[in-house]
Design a protein around this ligand. Structure first.
Ligand code: GTP
Length: 547
């Protein structure tokens, strides 16, 4: 707030509109007698009718700091000051680019001459000042004004920078992940940022500052409607409402229509004075209703354990509360306290931070689900070793590499002996336990770079890249012995198993992974036929000694 406490008193008087608008005559003092006393320092404003005020101090200005005349809440109004000694017109707009700006856009501030005397008048002409805004005129000294202005700039910078950071984070996530939900976040939060800068006035001094000026006061309403429409699309997508709570999603989705109708009414290039008067309260009311519906819908989804909805609720609640307070203040034409003024940028940037956290949380969950799905797709649910598809793919890859590099490759086909008897005697659960124990043991016995998987039932494959015939047989023997010496204790029963193993290696000429499996299977058949609990190689291979 602009400090006024230590200043001399001053009197503001208003010129009846009937006197006219002749600036030269008024500032010469011709109509000084017609100025009527004015209660308080709030300016009565009528759209499109210029109003004249006269200001006088009740004592000379003695401070070495020059006085500053501050006009706040003039919105899109245009204020012109005529001050001594020359009564030259000095105009200020908050909502137009100002290349000579000396202060922030927090208020219109005019520097007055340092030695202003009590008998000198100041004249102020207000143009297009909106009634419900209640512009406030104050006088302060330069040092106090600059200190207050700097505080304001710090606050606006902090909130805008936070919002900008969140928009950039969203943009990076969108570029990396290409998910529509990030694009919607960037769109609505980016528009909120522009809106923040527009209502604080700072946007007008940015490179594109002339653009909103072309649309006048409609610019901020267009932004608000567009951002509200996109934020509903974002909520629907982020909380996955159409899937989780379809009926309330339809209700919330329908709220976008009135916003779009309002948007259309705002952008049609027709001069329609009623629109400028009707739009602020109407748009405020629509935004409030939309915010309340969104809150109810998201709260309902959160009650149904929708995690994204919980995040959004936390992000959204402070903003809804402040929007409600701000709209109430505007509708009741109350003055705006400082905490309410900064409540909007604070809750907006707070909301963006929480939503970005929610987006990160959703990304993390999606990654975990993908990892679980990948595990389920590649690993056998019972034994935890590679499943048939994964070990077959692994064999294909190793086969292609070995063929290309002309290196050996061996395959072991492992099958437990008389496993049916274990199941029949001890039951399927104990059978399962045995399968897991054997798979753990064999996978543990193999070395890095060797692959082990369950081919089906009680059959396993081991892929041994680079293994020669002798090495493959030695590995097969090791595996066979590990199974033979394995003592599985379950439910008080101690079980011993054996395994038969078939060994096959690459053959020169036309070969394939399937043929390799076939040969390993044939070798396994031999091992079974020759009495089980043994390692056999495929016949031609045994003869040539290759693997
Ligand atoms: N517990 C359990 N048993 C399984 C599973 N998959 C296959 N089996 C059983 O494994 C047994 C395989 O039996 P067979 O193919 O007749 O062979 P075997 O009894 O091991 O005899 P040989 O292989 O000739 O030594 C069947 O009883 C299947 O029900 C499984 O996931 N869990």
């Amino acid at each position: 707030e602009v400090p006024t406490a230590t200043l001399p008193g001053w009197v503001i008087t208003e010129l009846p509109t009937a006197i006219g608008d002749d600036a030269a005559a008024i500032t010469r003092g011709d109509h000084d007698a017609s100025f009527l006393s004015h209660p308080g320092n709030a300016v009565r404003a009528v759209p499109d009718a210029p109003l004249w005020f006269r200001l006088r101090f009740d004592a000379d200005w003695t401070s070495s700091e020059p006085p500053v005349l501050v006009v706040r809440n003039a919105g899109y109004g245009h204020v012109t000051l005529y001050a001594p000694p020359d009564y030259r017109a000095q105009s200020l707009w908050l909502t137009k680019p100002d290349p000579q700006a000396r202060f922030s856009r927090h208020a219109m501030a005019f520097m007055l001459p340092a030695g202003l005397r009590a008998d000198q008048s100041l004249y102020l002409r207000f143009d297009r000042v909106r009634v419900e805004r209640k512009p406030v005129v104050a006088v302060t000294d330069m040092a106090s004004y600059q200190a207050a202005d700097l505080r304001h700039v710090r606050v606006v910078t902090l909130f805008s920078a936070t919002q900008l950071t969140m928009v950039l984070v969203g943009l990076c996530l969108w570029l990396a992940l290409r998910d529509r939900v990030y694009a919607l976040f960037v769109a609505y939060s980016g528009l909120q940022l522009v809106y923040l800068l527009l209502v604080s006035g700072e946007f007008y001094d940015l490179p594109l500052g002339v653009l909103p000026d072309l649309l006048g006061q409609r610019a901020s309403w267009i932004l608000a409607m567009l951002s509200a429409t996109l934020s509903i699309s974002f909520i629907l997508e982020f909380c996955q409402l159409p899937r989780e709570t379809p009926r309330s999603a339809t209700v919330l989705g329908a709220m976008r229509w009135p916003y779009m109708v309002a948007l259309f009414a705002l952008v049609v290039p027709v001069d329609w004075p009623a629109r400028d008067i009707a739009m602020p309260p109407l748009a405020n009311l629509m935004l409030l209703i939309g915010a309340l519906i969104a809150t109810v819908v998201v709260a309902y989804a959160a009650l149904h354990r929708n995690r994204a909805a919980m995040f959004f609720l936390v992000a959204w609640m402070p903003q809804v509360v402040f929007t409600a307070l701000r709209v109430t203040q505007l509708i009741l034409h109350l003055p705006q306290p400082t905490w309410l003024e900064y409540g909007f940028p604070f809750t907006t940037s707070f909301s963006s931070v929480i939503v970005v956290l929610g987006l990160a949380d959703a990304t993390l969950r999606a990654r975990r689900e993908r990892d679980v799905a990948k595990r389920l797709a590649e690993y056998d649910g019972l034994t935890g070793v590679l499943n048939r598809r994964a070990i077959s793919r692994c064999l294909e890859n190793q086969f292609a590499e070995a063929t290309a590099l002309k290196q050996p490759l061996a395959l072991l086909f492992v099958d437990l002996d008389h496993f049916k008897a274990i199941n029949d005697r001890h039951g399927h659960l104990i059978g399962d336990h045995c399968l897991k124990a054997v798979a753990d043991t064999l996978a543990d016995e193999l070395q890095d770079g060797e692959y082990f998987g369950r081919y089906g039932g009680e059959e396993f494959l081991a892929v041994l890249p680079g293994a020669t015939h002798a090495e493959a047989i030695a590995t097969g023997e090791r595996l066979r012995k590990r199974v033979e010496h394995l003592s599985i204790e379950t439910d008080g029963v101690r079980l011993h198993l054996t395994a038969s193993i078939g060994v096959a290696g690459l053959l020169a000429g036309a070969d394939s992974p399937d043929k390799l499996v076939e040969r390993a299977d044939a070798a396994l058949y031999r091992a079974k036929a020759e009495g089980r609990n043994r390692v056999c190689t495929h016949a031609p291979l045994a003869a040539t000694g290759r693997a």
